[in-house]
Design a protein around this ligand. Structure first.
Ligand code: ADP
Length: 253
């Protein structure tokens, strides 16, 4: 009677928990598998362009249609560099996927991390004569995986440099609003058009192709950034006009 009832209730609760955990895990694995398959197919697609260009050059050399001058060689080297950077970025993407399953969360004082990461970027920042502005509210602790946070900050700061104007400005702000810690990275670049904005977090998507490829972009950085942020239960928002862009990370505390 009562005894059986209790056991089966407990059993039900535990079973329900197990089923939920199992379902969540399956869902994650299915998603990961889907991402893996898509990545392979996207990479194949992305690699086709430089390979076709290189093949075209080689055939033209063979047919004697073009000569082996420095300009042509530089063109070839650029395509090869693009392939190398694609492969490196894809490695970064695969690593981030694995990271998501194995977040090593710890208490992190976010302002200290922001200062450390931006210090490492100073050379890059100064090479474009960009001014870095830090507006950090003191002592903001979040529970997060440090490597992920470093990668997130690295990617956003790198973009804020790459897509900025010479002599521009980068502002990094941090603050706590109610139950959220907010990190905001803004630049004074040319911004992202309204048409491109919904897609910039997609793999291999590059807004304004000419300017992005000039910058050696691969369109993987923001996809990785978003995945890592969402794995922390946080979210990323972007706002942009032709005077610059603002990326906002919102961490629930
Ligand atoms: P990548 O920079 O390697 O091309 P990302 O995934 O980091 O790839 O960014 C995707 C695209 O979003 C970029 O190609 C660029 O067009 C646009 N973008 C990202 N960050 C900025 C920014 N701060 N300002 C303007 N455009 C940006």
């Amino acid at each position: 009677g009562d005894f059986d009832q209790k056991i089966s209730n407990n059993g039900d609760d535990e079973l329900a928990e197990l089923i939920t955990a199992f379902n969540q895990m399956t869902e994650k694995l299915v998603k990961l598998e889907k991402i893996r398959k898509e990545s392979a197919s996207d990479l194949a697609h992305e690699l086709r362009t430089p390979i076709t260009t290189i093949k075209g050059y080689i055939e033209a050399f063979e047919d004697g249609k073009i000569s082996l001058n420095q300009e042509n060689l530089d063109e070839l080297k650029e395509e090869i560099a693009r392939m190398v950077s694609l492969i490196e970025k894809l490695k970064e993407f695969a690593e981030a996927q694995n990271k998501i399953f194995n977040l090593q969360k710890e208490q992190i004082e976010i302002n200290k991390l922001i200062k450390n990461v931006s210090k490492k970027k100073l050379k890059q920042i100064e090479s474009k004569n960009i001014k870095l502005n830090l507006e950090l509210e003191k002592e903001l602790i979040i529970e997060a995986d440090k490597d992920s946070l470093i990668q997130i900050l690295n990617n956003l700061i790198e973009n804020a440099v790459k897509y900025n104007r010479d002599n521009g400005k980068i502002t990094i702000k941090s603050c706590q609003r109610d139950n959220n810690i907010i990190i905001q990275i803004s630049d004074t670049g040319y911004g992202i058009s309204r048409e491109d904005l919904p897609y910039i977090f997609e793999r291999f998507y590059r807004a304004d192709k000419s300017r992005s490829s000039e910058n050696g972009g691969t369109g993987i950085g923001l996809a990785v950034t978003k995945e890592l942020i969402e794995a922390h239960g946080a979210k990323i928002e972007v706002d942009s006009n032709n005077n610059g862009s603002i990326f906002k990370i919102i961490f629930p505390v």
